[in-house]
Design a protein around this ligand. Structure first.
Ligand code: NDP
Length: 482
């Protein structure tokens, strides 16, 4: 059986513990590989390798780093088909989605930051004719990147690309639920000529291996994407050590549909925003607010669109809903569907586990589920489900919907659907959300700031924000004549 080994100091190695974790394909329920169960000893080895690599990597001109990262980007693209299949087998998402979104985005992440560093500038402040202050930005040293299971290579590269581009060396940990593409990336880095120790990848459980990265005294910053509860634990461990922290956490995102929209096309987009990737995207719109005048017609159209998210074998091209990531997550999502019934909700579409035949008989599949009749303040509408389950809630006025949309601990993304530009602007300004999409969803421009308000996170990724996070500004004050 394939062993998913650590990548430390430029080569693959086994974990110090000698222990391995079973890796399950969520579409079949079968164990198909073994993952290194790393602990603080492996993390210490990785940090040591990263420390040794730092002086040379950070001193390399930006153009040199850029060339290496562009080679990695090109090689990810060369292996697109293999990586897409690996991602689908590890995560459960439809193969066409891995092929068209996840892996292409990993290619883009590497290329974007590889070129971004060639076009940055810093500030200068002329105090008077003889004194000038200028700012330089220095890489931090060894940084830690910890990523989740929903968009594995996509989010892994979203973190390591800016960290490496800015001149840091990295110790990274993918989720132990989906480590395969990060493991394959290590070989790509070797082939692309990334110097040993610049990127180190350690696999294992979050509380063992992830925590060891957070607590290591020589790791200067932590860039983390994952759940809010884990984010709190990481913040508590890192804050007394004065580490820089970027936390991208959970969401309970509102989708707001005003009564002036075209019903059929909007319902299609709203379903896409709710159910893409089995609803396992932090940006999915899981609370769908619809203005009362159109609610009946819109709900009917949305039910039809929900049924179009066909559940099936992720390798089949017509499948639009693959497997959720593991058995525990399936139980969690089904538990919330049960809770919705107890809270007085009505299942308008879906609502059950799907048991497929053949290859996928042991897989973890759930019907995309639309729930109506729940008040805004019930648990199902407050807690993050992170699966193929969304609720539909009527509203009357702009004020009402803004109040309900903001009535949550989270503030990651919101989507507004309207043809009235004034209403779009007014509502967008009032929503407590790091990202507001108007008449679109998941339209990303990698230059824009990305992140959440409230319990959805601290700090921003993307473009210059990410490069700022991974560097420390230093002011140099120069008097021309002593
Ligand atoms: P988790 O918080 O469970 O895990 C995220 C990562 O942190 C994993 O690699 C995990 O390892 C690791 N980890 C767990 N415990 C610790 C710890 N004590 N110290 C250090 N690392 C630890 O999240 P999920 O993987 O379940 O991802 C789903 C969550 O991520 C959802 O809440 C979702 O909203 C959020 N998310 C947010 C995004 C954003 O941009 N805001 C984007 C995507 C997802 P392991 O899995 O191996 O235990």
């Amino acid at each position: 059986m394939l062993h998913i080994r650590n990548y430390i100091g430029g080569h693959y190695c086994d974990p110090n513990s000698g222990l391995w974790i079973e890796n399950v394909n969520p579409s079949t329920g079968e164990v198909y590989s073994l993952i290194a169960r790393s602990d603080e000893r492996d993390v210490a080895d990785a940090v040591r390798a990263a420390q040794e690599a730092f002086p040379t990597w950070s001193a390399m001109p930006a153009k040199g780093r850029s060339e290496v990262l562009l080679r990695i980007s090109a090689k990810i693209n060369d292996h697109l088909e293999d990586l897409a299949l690996a991602e689908t087998n590890d995560q459960g998402k439809p193969l066409w989605l891995s092929r068209s979104v996840d892996i292409p985005r990993a290619v883009e992440n590497m290329a974007f930051f590889a070129t971004e560093i060639l076009h940055t500038h810093t500030d200068a402040h002329q105090t008077d004719e003889s004194v000038i202050n200028f700012t330089v930005r220095k890489p931090l040293g060894v940084v830690g990147c910890i990523s989740p299971w929903n968009l594995p290579l996509y989010l892994f590269t979203w973190k390591i690309a800016p960290a490496l581009a800015a001149g840091n060396t990295v110790v990274a940990k993918p989720s132990e639920l989906t480590p395969m593409t990060a493991f394959l990336l290590a070989q790509i880095c070797i082939d692309a000529g990334l110097p040993p120790g610049v990127l180190n990848i350690v696999h294992g459980f979050g509380p063992e291996c992830g925590q060891a990265i957070v607590e290591h005294p020589h790791v200067k910053a932590i860039s983390f994407t994952g759940g809010t509860v884990t984010g709190k634990a990481i913040a508590a461990a890192a804050a007394p050590m004065f580490k820089k922290l970027s936390l991208e956490l959970g969401g309970k995102n509102p989708t707001i549909v005003f009564d002036d929209v075209k019903i059929a096309s909007t319902a299609r987009s709203v379903a896409r925003a709710a159910f893409t990737n089995q609803g396992e995207i932090c940006l999915c719109g899981s609370r769908i607010f619809v203005q009362r005048g159109i609610i009946e017609e819109f709900q009917k159209a949305l039910i039809e669109e929900t049924h179009r998210f066909l559940v099936g074998d992720p390798l089949e091209p017509e499948t639009r809903t693959g497997a959720v990531v593991n058995a525990a997550h399936m139980e969690k999502v089904l538990g919330y569907i049960e809770l919705a019934k107890q809270e007085g909700g009505m299942i308008l579409a879906g609502g059950r586990r799907v048991e497929l035949e053949g290859r996928c008989a042991g897989g973890f599949f759930i019907e995309p589920t639309l729930i109506g009749g729940l008040p805004q303040d019930c648990r199902v509408n407050r807690e993050e489900i992170f699966g193929p389950a969304a609720t539909i809630i009527p509203f009357d006025t702009e004020d009402d919907v803004v109040a309900m949309a903001n009535d949550t601990a989270y503030g990651l993304a919101a989507t507004i659907w309207t043809t009235n530009v004034h209403r779009a602007h007014r509502t967008a300004q009032r929503l407590e959300s790091g990202i507001v999409w108007v008449n679109t969803w998941l339209m990303r421009d990698l230059r824009t700031p990305f992140g959440g308000m409230k319990h959805s996170g601290v700090g921003r990724e993307g473009g210059t924000e990410a490069l700022r996070f991974f560097t420390e500004p230093k002011n140099i004050c120069l008097q021309i004549e002593p």
